[in-house]
Design a protein around this ligand. Structure first.
Ligand code: GLU
Length: 282
């Protein structure tokens, strides 16, 4: 089997050191196994996605010495695949339209999920097709259809899939054709990714992705949720706290290969630390 990994940045902000680390992990795991490393641009968030950042990202990766295989996949060119999968899930009776506002959800929610308040199920059971609706998965029904599922993280071991952590998550969105969960799951399969590498902050998302794979008859990859580069106080890297964009470092003449070597050796820039250890409870 040829191993394939991917780096899948969203061009809604410049790449920073955390992205550099994520790209290095994906690249190096592929190379160590004689596999392929591919690139996907997750550019379907129409309100935040910026085309000018894509060229910057490619230049950043080259500067770090991370060569990718084959052509770059853009999610914006895959909209019909997302729509088709959405139709399949609707035909299975697993999606329902939701017109609740964020404020309504926040007001009615009684539990929190990994991404905010857990959807309280207000629209569950609707079978109309209102204009501008988001489409949510009926999680209980979907889990019943799929049966118990497991998935494997190389570092954390075998996991029982617990998509219920996310509740009735949105799969088709009002302002974008597909949610991250649906698009990423379909793309990982279409790009024949065998090892999904990403930060531990997305560990819980894999529960949902495993469910979608089962429902749509897609192969299950192995996952590798790596540590996160964070500020010394544990907070996320942010430009406003002085964490530089890779493009700024590159233009200032910094040595990208030396930076990549340092990150590989866990020699971190001052003020940063690597948060490791999966919290598989969330
Ligand atoms: N586009 C996501 C991000 O930039 C990554 C998604 C993934 O690796 O699955 O955070």
């Amino acid at each position: 089997m040829t191993h394939r990994t991917r780096f899948a940045p969203s061009p809604n902000g410049p790449l920073h050191l955390g992205h550099a680390y994520a790209a290095i992990v994906a690249h190096d795991l592929a190379r160590a196994r004689g596999g392929k490393f591919v690139l996907r641009i997750e550019d379907i968030d129409g309100t935040r996605s910026r085309a000018d950042l894509v060229l910057e990202m490619l230049a950043d990766l080259e500067w770090l010495g991370l060569a990718w295989d084959g052509s770059v996949t853009f999610q914006s060119s895959r909209l019909s695949a997302y729509a088709a999968a959405g139709e399949r899930l609707k035909a299975m009776g697993l999606l329902y339209p939701c017109t609740c506002t964020r404020a309504e959800i926040a007001g009615a929610a009684t539990q929190a999920g990994p991404d905010g308040p857990l959807y309280p199920g207000t629209c569950r059971g609707r079978d109309d097709d209102p204009a501008g609706a988001a489409w949510r998965i009926d999680l209980a029904r979907a889990m019943e259809r799929a049966g118990p599922l497991t998935w494997t993280d190389e570092l954390a071991g075998q996991q029982q899939a617990r998509p219920e952590l996310f509740g009735d998550v949105v799969l088709l969105r009002k302002e974008a054709p597909a949610s991250y969960h649906l698009a990423a799951t379909l793309d990982d399969a279409a790009q024949n990714i065998t090892l999904v590498t990403r930060g531990q902050d997305l560990f819980a998302a894999s529960h949902v992705h495993r469910l979608l794979q089962a429902l749509l008859g897609l192969p299950a990859p192995v996952w590798h949720h790596h540590g996160l580069l964070v500020e010394a106080d544990g907070r996320k890297l942010a430009k406003r706290r002085g964490s530089p964009a890779l493009g700024d470092l590159r233009r200032a003449g910094a040595d990208g290969l030396a930076l990549a070597a340092a990150l590989r050796d866990r020699v971190l820039p001052a003020g940063l630390s690597l948060l490791e250890g999966v919290d598989s409870s969330s």
